[in-house]
Design a protein around this ligand. Sequence first.
Ligand code: C2E
Ligand code: CA
Ligand code: CA
Ligand code: CA
Length: 275
Amino acid sequence: AKADVSRAVCFYEPGMDEAARDRRALANDLRQAIERGELALHYQVQTSVPTGEIRGYEALLRWKHPERGMIPPAEFIPVAEENGSILAIGEWVLRTACRQAAAWDNTHKIAVNLSPVQFAHVDLARLVHEVLLETGLAPKRLELELTESTIIADKARTLHALRRIKALGVTVAIDDFGTGYSSLDTLRSFPFDKIKLDRSFMADVERSPQAKAIIRAVLTLGRSLEIPVLAEGVETQMQLSILQVEGCNEAQGYLLGRPRPIDEIDLAEAADDGA
Ligand code: C2E
Ligand code: CA
Ligand code: CA
Ligand code: CA
């Protein structure tokens, strides 16, 4: 959708007006989505590879549009970033995830995605601190996921915010690792607590020796830097077996569990599998 829109804008293709109108309509609806209660979080399990234990859950945003039905985040988050509604939405996500995790009464982590726009416009360390106090969630149970583009946007500012966030006891993961322009530089600049290996490597691992070599190299890198690695997008037993052999720390993907609404997560099960 993002590519379609930029193409329309750049080359004045027929349908431009329609695409632009569509985007404006979506942007307007998005502003009201929180008040109308149309947003929800789904949770996807993150599992220890060697033991199979549950380690945490990633909160993934869902928007149930009254007319269009479910709109995937890849479609509406860019719109929200563009019109600034990501600030209110991001705050809602953080607060909701922390509140729900605190109510779980277990020791699992909750991972929350952050947008670069939040780093640029919000005092995130203060917001995180406030939300932790307000919800009573133990800081060590919160993990923030950010992509390299967040760091790159304003390196000094982001690093400063991240240090303050880490000082609260909250952990930080680098998301979609391996897909950016300078992943290694990003790793050197900031002590991440977890590397999330982008799911494109998993998707190729069974037929591509290159993908497998890269996974192995990232695992070696993680071990040298003493940063645990989580593999995203694990869909098959074969992929999981490879990760076991290669010594990957954690995994996430449809094989282990799809993102599900909170009332479909077996919290009794989650609670007694605890750390
Ligand atoms: P992400 O952070 O990389 O999240 C993982 C995405 O991969 C999720 O898509 C998840 O449903 C999907 N996924 C998980 N396991 C598998 C698998 O085994 N195979 C495949 N093919 N896909 C898998 P989703 O929920 O559509 O989210 C897409 C992206 O939207 C996220 O990518 C993240 O960048 C963004 N996003 C989601 N929620 C939030 C949020 O609350 N705030 C912000 N800023 N971004 C969010
Ligand atoms: Ca993520
Ligand atoms: Ca990811
Ligand atoms: Ca159990």
